[in-house]
Write a protein that binds this ligand. Sequence first.
Ligand code: PMP
Length: 408
Amino acid sequence: DLTLDVAKLRRDFPILDREVHGKPLIYLDNAATSQTPRQVIEVYDDYYGRYNANIHRGLHTLSDEATAAFEGTRETVRAFLNAADHREIVFTRGTTEAINLVANAWGRANLKAGDEVLISRLEHHSNIVPWQLLAGELGFTIKVIPVDERGVLDLAAYRDLFTERTRLVAVNHVSNAFGTVNPVAEMARVAHEHGARILIDGAQAAPHQAIDVQAIDADFYAFSGHKVYGPTGVGVLYGRAELLEAMPPWQGGGEMIKTVSLEVPTTFADIPHKFEAGTPAIAEVIALGRALRWVSDIGLDLIGAWEARLLEHATEGVAGIEGLRILGTAPDKAGVLSFVVDGAHSQDIGLLIDQLGVAIRTGHHCAQPLLSQFGLDATCRASFAAYNTPEEIDVFVEGLERVVGMLR
Ligand code: PMP
């Protein structure tokens, strides 16, 4: 039996002690950002109190210590993703920047007019807009993998979209709006069969399931620190070494060069530093490493199983609310419960339930193309993390019943 010691784990999160409108906080907006354990918060005190220094410029103790902690995190991330080589881990500001890096560095070098890029209707705007911007400049075509009524990608249609001009598939591992878990290993296999590359947006997968980029056979994989119990301002791009090596740099500046000359061509650092121009978010990277160790100590299998129980409990709980419709009913689903209620605006539900101390998200979840297929411009979304409990979900469901009763 898989059970998490939730009471113990909750004590790691100072924020869970706070009240909102005089009620205990029940935080169910984890798909937007997760809360941060004190072990991660303490990294900041330690770093700024003891060894704050710029990295890679060494020759003094503080800089050496900061560099060791920063580069040590690269190894932590490598292990977290089961990448083959720590040089395949590039630190970015987040998933959004990681995707923009691939678009601008790989995309500019590999895409031209007439080429085709496949994205899905499930994508977050951050995996749509960078491709639209680039397509506007380079003239390639974006084709869209359709989604069925349950929020599941149509794999037969996916296979049919490939032509000899398909260069890239850009798809999320888990949908933030509906929670759908996509069969990314199978999708990678099909992409590779057609000589295309695959970029996987793992922003919503990394907090909930063990990731193995080699087993998936991902070419690129991106995630954000702040959704996996870490800080904002930092994220990761995994890229297969030979792809990163062949890619031109994106941003120029310090740290990413070997030699700079005004007379002969400037030469660039080896990967991954070629893609890390300027002083990075040093404390954030180190804190991300601490977050990933916190997650690994508990175990993603345990966390995923716990969240599946929470999802089931919540799904059963809201089933009794008349006129409530769940969006996203994929058989393989992460801890995301997206719903609308007849006669009650999502925004109003969100505002009123906040008065009860319950934080959920309302809106389009940066997935307007997906919601538009369902004739919606907003849903309510409750999303779960390791520290949530069935008791909290009971309070959420009772609160939702009350709020809906008030609104109609
Ligand atoms: N992709 C998905 C699936 C997401 O859920 C998010 C965050 N909501 C992002 C990308 C963007 O992540 P970030 O804002 O941290 O760059």
